[in-house]
Unconditional design. Sequence first.
Length: 413
Amino acid sequence: MLRIWEEMLALFRLARRNVLRQRTRTAMTLAAIAFGVIGLILSGGFVQDIFIQLGEAVIHSQSGHLQVAKAGFAAKGARRPEKFLIDEPEALKARVAKQPEVADAMGRINFSGLLNNGRTDLSVVGEGIESGKEARLGTYLFISAGRKLTEEDRYGALLGQGVAQALKLAPGDHATLIVSTAEGTTNTLDLDIVGVFQSFSKDYDARVVKIPLSAAQELMDTKGINTLVVSLGRTRATLRTATALQEELSGQGFEVSTWEELNDFYDKTVKLYDRQFGVLRLIILAMVLLSVTNTVNMTIFERVGEFGTLRALGNRGGHVFALVLAESAVLGVLGATLGTVLGISLALVISAIGIPMPPPPNAELGYTAQIRLVPLVVASAFATGVVTTVLAAVMPALRLSRVPVVEALRQNV
């Protein structure tokens, strides 16, 4: 075993000297490897930033991290929300708040109806919200006019931008909300428009009206809520907290939904960007592989006589094959290290400046992107640089190891 290690160390020492001796070829190869690794780190970090920012946007403008509701609400609640009321919301809040990652829990009641501006009606989807808690949650909710709801707004209303544009309403205007209660009666509520908002979803903004929870309960003639929206201290704790809540509420007629389950457009957007940048990553890999293969082939062609001399001195073809791969491994490690250092440095510089981005699909708000330094992305880029370089040398090394000694020695003449 010790002898094997000594032979491997000797092989890599020889490979290192050969790499340093071929300075021009080495520099070309290192540049190709480093370029590929930098490209993978930057593109991978950019894609991760898109996913993270979009996820945080839908969490902090619409759904929260988790929602607890009566079983069946996710499938049927949109049509008949009054059939899925939680009658004792405060008791449920107390149980949910015991989870260590929970930062806040707030009730919402859903309803649909008509919003009238005195001239025309528009069909809307309404949300009764706890104004103070929702203001803390809604950090990604952009107020395009007016302000957010506060706890002092007894009959205030916050309109989605699409609703405000359709009815030509602005802060300071008045509107009337008309809904049908569970008993089939019609209730109306006069509202004061306090603000207009934009979220990351154009469809959401085109149909949603937010009013205080107490006003919504008065309008719907109930003391219950439809959903308990849960805000967490850390987004990465979502799945763990959801599992804990499902176990806590098991068999009691409740369902727990994560923000990813509640926002199907997020999943579609992630898949779209993943496909686009997956193609980009493949192109980068192909460029690295072709560049390194070309450089290795040129280097080996120039050194056929040298390897022929090694064979003439008693070294087998397998030793030549192993030496070429060892040289490629040394090049791969050096190039990947250089690319990783430069990639991380560029990511930090670009993130400090920011990348202005247009609105994602189904949205109207742009944002400033960054390059996220995700350990898994950086590690995979480094590994890809090393593995690609070694793989690029396999076929040339095989051909070289099979060249007859006499033919190889002729290259020295």
